[in-house]
Each structure stands twice: as C-alpha cells, then as structure tokens.
Design a protein around this ligand. Structure first.
Ligand code: ZN
Ligand code: FE
Length: 254
C-alpha cells in the first residue's frame, strides 16, 4: 500500500491510499481538483471516499468527485453530510475489496459530535481529532468526550501511522514546548519537523508511539504535564487538566 498526504486548501491533508494495481481511496477530500490531479498523475482508479466529519474543509470536494467517479462514500451518521452511501457507527468494519483493506470505525466525539476515525492495516485516519503534537478544537464536544476519544486512539499499537487532517505540527510544537520544556523526545520531534517543513515535506504521518512520547494532550498522566496542571490548579483531575490544556492552546499565540 502507498500512503500519500495531498496538501489542499491552506493546511489540510487529503489522504490518498492506493495499492500496486492502482486502486485508490481518499479520506476527507476537501477539494476535488487536488485529488483528480493525483489520480491522473499516478494512473489510479478511485474506489471509495471516506469522511471523518462534516466540516467543509473535509467534504467540500465530494460532490465534484462523485460527478466523475461512481464510488461509495463512507461517512459518520450525521444529516449535515449529504452523501453517505454508508453511514457508520462505532465498531463497524469496512471490508474494502479494492484496494484490499479492512478498516474499523471508532467514534471519536469532541471536535464534532459525530466525528469518526478509521483504523486498519496499521494506519489511523483521525481527521481533526488527533493532530501531531496537538488535538482538535472542541467545537461541539466536551473535554470529557475528547479525552475519552483520544484515549481510544492512543491505545492503538505504537507503530500505527497517524494520518491527521491538518499540517499544524510546527505551531503545536511551540505550544507543547511550553508545557514540557524538558521533554527530549519532543525536542527531537520538533527538529525533525522543522527540517521536513523547510524541505517542503509533510510532518506526517507520524507513529502513535512518537505522539505518546511528545503530544501533551496524550500525556495528562505524565509527571511533566501533571506539573504544568498543578500551576493551573487542576492536578488531581485528568479531565480538568485536559480542559485547561485545551483552553491554553485556544489562547496560545506563538
Ligand atoms: Zn474540522
Ligand atoms: Fe479541518
């Protein structure tokens, strides 16, 4: 399998996955032209579209793609997404024939209430729930919902490749540095990201093991993040600590 992040809009990634026979699926096509160009350039046939949540930067290209490709659309149960060929609940499996792939659906409320993630073949498509060194804003869900969602994602195997919906890693890294100034893994990851971005390369995918070592939103149990939480008066309550982190990130200008 070949896993390719297609940069789109300001800072989105549309994830393209294809096999050696040219059978492809895309995740969260916010625009169509970027996908069409990639399909043509690589000689691929589109077989399926997967959506994580209803925001326009993730579904804006679906109608134009469907006008040219007769393919199923896998989507969360949400009336704000008008194209679900198949609407998915937590725990459902998608047995994709071409490219050959089994994906499991994980309901991850927080950024939006109906947000889902897809995991299979060692790959996690998590939309705007988990970002590298960060997490999505809480537009609809509560901190308790989001931390439960992130816990489920963080429990996947460490070699899982995390495929996020946005290239936010550098800014997230500046925030994370302030939370855990002595985290050597975080410093290494930031240097790696800086080099990749300077060369015009994506910071993604990243392994889940790396995120567990560096992402403050996955580390509310760590001594360093708990220490930061004590400065916010939320040390004993993991959800309150998470909420304080998320609030601090919302107000972070760095
Ligand atoms: Zn979103
Ligand atoms: Fe988004």
């Amino acid at each position: 399998m070949h896993l390719i992040p297609l940069p789109a809009l300001a800072d989105n990634y549309i994830w393209l996955l294809h096999d050696d026979e040219g059978q492809a699926l895309v995740v969260d096509p916010g625009v169509a032209d970027v996908v069409e160009q990639a399909l043509t350039a690589r000689g691929l046939q589109l077989r399926a579209i997967m959506l994580t949540h209803h925001h326009h930067d993730h579904i804006g290209g679906v109608a134009a793609l469907l006008a040219r490709h007769d393919v199923p659309v896998h989507a969360p149960m949400d009336e704000r997404i008008p194209f679900g060929t198949r609407q998915l609940r937590d725990g459902e499996r998608i047995e994709q024939a071409l490219p050959s792939l089994d994906l499991q659906v994980i309901h991850v409320p927080g950024h939006t209430l109906s947000h889902i993630a897809y995991v299979g073949a060692g790959i996690l498509f998590c939309g705007d729930t988990l970002f590298s060194l960060g997490c999505g804003r809480l537009f609809e869900g509560t901190p308790a919902q989001m931390i439960a969602s992130l816990d489920r994602l963080a429990a996947l195997p460490g070699d899982t490749l995390v495929c996020c919906g946005h290239e936010y890693t550098e800014a997230n890294g500046r925030f994370a540095q302030g939370i855990e100034p002595a985290n050597a893994d975080l410093q290494r990851r930031r240097r790696q990201v800086e080099q990749r971005r300077a060369q015009g390369e994506p910071s993604l995918p990243v392994t889940l093991a790396s995120e567990r070592a560096t992402n403050p939103f996955l580390r509310t149990d760590s001594a360093a993040v708990r220490h930061w939480c004590t400065t916010q008066g939320t040390a004993d309550d993991r959800t309150a600590c998470f909420a304080a982190l998320r609030r601090a990130k919302d107000n972070f200008r760095g």
